[in-house]
Design a protein around this ligand. Structure first.
Ligand code: IPD
Length: 285
């Protein structure tokens, strides 16, 4: 009698191959979004509030990304902004794709530039998840940001690095505001405290592209409550691989608060963000 087959070992993950697939599908998604922008763009529906909008292009791009990824890797899981279940549920072991078909939908709607297609590949082993490949394509410009865990980050193939150290008073920060009006009030109050202590603030409209700006050393940090995994999975890896750190804290409004900045001076950034009252349980006196 022959011995029963031993269970097959899980296939090792080739992060560079996942990045290559992410890049191929994100390029295709960006081409679709660009083409849609050339036509008439209208709000198709609202989501978490009346100002949280979705267009047909968001849906079409997500469907395209899902279809292309499933064709190449039929056994992988998929989390997309427009079809998401619980983004915080612990994924099963294996690869999960995390996509934002248009990050910066309001900019897309108003034709303001600054919107991107984001594709990340996350690997879970024994309940521990890690993003191993990430791609962000700036749709109007076609600029491509990509990173592989442990393999650095690039913009159109050129390696990226964060800015050098700067005192807090000379740091330029990016942020975003929640679609939840109640949280916006809390965000505005925290900015009233923080703004006098930094160089200035930018609100450009795509969290992913803001994180890529940190990666390429064009701003000194990013702070926002209310971001979702699809907003920062790909771009967070790009930033970390360029020398930044990211941390998700409980925000004062009860949502995820993301802080990102060059690893030098990161603790100081988190401390002043907490002092200013962005995070739960901390506020300036
Ligand atoms: C939004 C953008 C925006 C940020 C919001 C995000 P979406 O993503 O990244 O800059 O402030 O928190 O939800 O809705 O355009 O995919």
């Amino acid at each position: 009698m022959s011995a029963p087959d031993a269970p097959s070992a899980p296939e090792p993950v080739d992060a560079a191959a996942l990045r290559d697939l992410a890049l191929a599908v994100a390029r295709e998604g960006a081409a679709l979004v660009r083409e849609r922008r050339a036509g008439v763009v209208e709000v198709a529906a609202t989501k978490t509030s009346d100002i949280d909008v979705v267009t047909e292009a968001d849906r079409a791009c997500e469907a395209l990304l899902r279809e292309r990824i499933a064709a190449a890797r039929p056994h992988d899981a998929f989390l997309g902004e427009e079809s998401a279940d619980d983004e915080h549920a612990v994924p099963a072991d294996g690869v999960r794709w995390i996509v934002d078909p248009i990050d910066g939908t309001v900019n897309f709607l108003y034709d303001l530039g600054q919107y991107s297609v984001c594709v990340a590949a996350e690997v879970t082993t024994g309940g521990v998840s890690e993003v191993v490949a990430g791609v962000v394509v700036d749709v109007p410009t076609g600029i491509e940001y990509e990173a592989v865990l442990g393999g650095g980050a690039r913009r159109d193939g050129v390696p990226l690095a964060v800015r050098g150290p700067a005192p807090m008073a000379e740091r330029l920060l990016c942020t975003g505001f929640s679609y939840d009006r109640r949280i916006r009030v809390l965000q505005a109050e925290a900015w009233v405290r923080l703004l006098p202590h930094v160089r200035d603030l930018r609100r450009r409209g795509s969290a992913a592209l803001d994180l890529c700006l940190v990666a390429e050393g064009r701003v000194d940090g990013y702070v926002e409550e209310g971001v979702h995994l699809w907003d920062h999975a790909a771009a967070g890896l790009v930033a970390r691989e360029a020398g930044a750190r990211t941390r998700v804290l409980p925000g004062v409004g009860g949502l995820d608060l993301l802080v990102c900045g060059p690893s030098h001076g990161f603790d100081e950034l988190v401390a002043i963000v907490e002092w200013a009252g962005f995070s739960a349980g901390t506020a300036a006196e």
